[in-house]
Design a protein around this ligand. Sequence first.
Ligand SMILES: [Fe+2]
Length: 172
Amino acid sequence: MLTIKSVEHVMEAWLKLKRQVPMRGAAALEELTEVLEQVREALPDWRREVPEARGPYGRRVLFEAPWAELVLIHIPAGSATCIHDHGASIGCGVVLEGSLVNRLYRLDEFGYPLLRGERAIAEGGEYAAPIGQIHQLANPGHSRAVSLHLYAPRLSASKTYYLYEQVLDFVI
Ligand SMILES: [Fe+2]
């Protein structure tokens, strides 16, 4: 498909750049966000690729290599992802349709997630996730939300966290 070929073109160009000038820390996250913007432009007909939501959300991998992963996410109205981190990957995302709330968490002394803040992301808005960030993307609106996410390297060892109240529900 033409659009996916265009995405591959952007990703291969990025890989060449990464080999020449490897970035670390905040610079790497900034670079990732710039690549995401180029990828977004290379996907004018992303609507054709939107995955159906099975469970709380739908997920379609558009590009995958050991050094990066590009994913299209569909979160239906009233739904949310689980609370999770991204393992050893940095990540960023842009909202293509609808709006999302990015809830940020920290762990308490027992390892349970505690909400430390949240930020609304309107259509066209972006978020960035440095290594170690624990978050949940929620769609409290009345229509679907679709977002495009880029991770580097490819997601692996991503961890899911449950609120203390949820764990309590399991045992009682
Ligand atoms: Fe995430």
